[in-house]
Design a protein around this ligand. Sequence first.
Ligand SMILES: [Zn+2]
Length: 257
Amino acid sequence: MRQKKFTREVILIFIGLSAILGLSLLLLPFSPLVQAQTAPTADGFSPPLGFRDGLSYEPRITHNNEGQLIETTDYGVKNPDLQGDTCFGVSFDQIYHAGEDWYRADGSSTAGAEVTAVANGQVAFADPTMNYPGLVVIIEHTLASGPKVYSVYAHLDDSSLEVEAGQIVSRGQRLGEVMYQDYFGRYPEYHPSGDDSHLHYELRNFYNGRNIYPAHPHCGGLIPGRGYTYPEIPDDFPTPEAGYTDPASFIQERLAP
Ligand SMILES: [Zn+2]
């Protein structure tokens, strides 16, 4: 009788331990120990386009025949070429660009251009179902001096996405390709190709853009944000600690050797 009870207790303990062990194994992939795969430091930067193809890319700045600026896709500026209503309650040509739109410098279509990681980091966002239009990738970079910055790549072709959230990436790693977009601006006579394919590229101090527009609730809800700020300029938005930065200058000052 004693012997039998002892055997039953041993069996119960064995079952209990097996259950605990099984649960631990199941939870292992979610434990901090396994997740703590850290990206290498972002010790040097490269532009997001032209890494391998040898071509030049830059914001598009257009003047009309009278020398008046009719288009700029630079950082922190209003683009007189844009038209239509926005979630900010003012027209598109009144809001400030939070990034830069890069086009092929030779005027050819930018569709299909290879987009690459500007520095070592970890993919924080890569929703394959987004329509920004096109897809958006956000990479988190840890600078050698400690702080984190986030690079944002928008208008990638749906079928070209080559990374997923959580993935460690290195500088120059292929993320995808620029999607084709039609031109819908104010000055079609200065854009005869009808092509507006470009990379919208941002560098900023925050990841989540869902609630960065408290004064403009219709603009909320997107982790990438809206790519524009209003009425503040992007340097001051949403606060000095969580704003955007001029992407071309930032990269130029930290170019990888
Ligand atoms: Zn843009």
